[in-house]
Each structure stands twice: as structure tokens, then as C-alpha cells.
Design a protein around this ligand. Structure first.
Ligand SMILES: *[C@@H]1O[C@H](CO)[C@@H](O)[C@H](O)[C@H]1NC(C)=O
Length: 149
């Protein structure tokens, strides 16, 4: 028990020391988008003194018209068929100040939600990266709620 508590603490410290967290910075949560029509999402990363390399992003969607989407996570996944978009060319780059919603280290991805989607959806990104001198692989998951018409 004590061992597992210590192990959990060490894991948490290691993860926070070497995580490379990605966040949606555009569009803002609650934005209304149209099913079947492409729109841009901007994915921002915190800068880090520890060098890292983006491997890519996977974007998933959960439709939850009555709200209460299951929070996307590494354990619970990022979404369901038919929507899954993988972009292995994703690289966040520093665009300097003045980016959308104060993003500066970000990349844009164009997504089109399936026709017939409506109401609240959770859009989630799984971000895969390699970080640090030992090339430690990592994944982090982030999400936003959007309204689809
Ligand atoms: C990324 O997309 C946002 C939102 O459409 C836009 O404001 C920004 O100029 C785009 N950035 C680049 C580098 O294309």
C-alpha cells in the first residue's frame, strides 16, 4: 500500500516533469460549428526547456446531445466511430504573439464533423510526443465541448 502510494507519487512527479501538455486554444469552448463543413482547430503547447518532438495527434469526437459527455482521457478514450482523424505531420510551431486566443506555440488542423451530428459534442485530441534526453514517449489528452448544428 505504502509502496503503491510512493510509486503513484513518483509517477505523478515524473509525468508532470516531462509532460508536454497540449490544449485547444481555438475555437473557444461552446462555439457553434456546422456538421459537414470544415473548420480549423488550433492546438497549443506549453513551451518547455526540455526538448521534445511531436509525433502526431489523433482527434476524436463524442456526441452527447443531452450533455454529460464522458470526459476524454488516456483511459476512457477520445471518441467513437465514425469520426477519427489522425495527423502524423502535426508540429506545433512558434508563431509569436498575436495568435488566436493568445496561442503562440501551436499548429492548426482542419476537421469536418460527420453529417447528421447535432447538439453537444466533445472534441478531444490525443497528442503523442517524445521528450527529454532519453526520448521518453508520452501521450496527453485534452478536450473541448462544441455545439453542432
Ligand atoms: C490558425 O487558425 C486560426 C483560426 O482560424 C487563425 O486565426 C490563425 O491565423 C491560423 N494560423 C496559421 C499559422 O495558419
Amino acid at each position: 500500500m505504502l509502496f503503491s502510494t510512493i510509486a503513484t507519487c513518483i509517477l505523478a512527479l515524473t509525468t508532470s516533469a516531462l509532460g508536454q501538455k497540449m490544449q485547444f486554444c481555438y475555437p473557444p469552448p461552446g462555439t457553434t460549428v456546422t456538421a459537414g463543413q470544415p473548420f480549423t482547430i488550433s492546438l497549443n503547447e506549453a513551451n518547455s526547456l526540455t526538448g521534445w518532438t511531436d509525433i502526431g495527434v489523433a482527434i476524436g469526437m463524442r456526441s452527447c446531445p443531452s450533455g454529460n459527455c464522458i470526459q476524454a482521457s488516456v483511459d476512457d478514450g477520445i471518441g467513437f466511430a465514425p469520426f477519427l482523424q489522425i495527423d502524423t505531420s502535426f508540429q506545433a510551431t512558434d508563431h509569436g504573439p498575436g495568435g488566436p486566443e493568445n496561442c503562440n506555440l501551436y499548429g492548426n488542423v482542419t476537421v469536418t464533423l460527420p453529417e447528421g451530428t447535432s447538439g453537444e459534442v466533445q472534441l478531444a485530441v490525443a497528442h503523442y510526443y517524445i521528450i527529454g534526453a532519453s526520448d521518453i514517449p508520452g501521450i496527453d489528452v485534452s478536450s473541448i465541448l462544441l455545439n453542432v448544428v
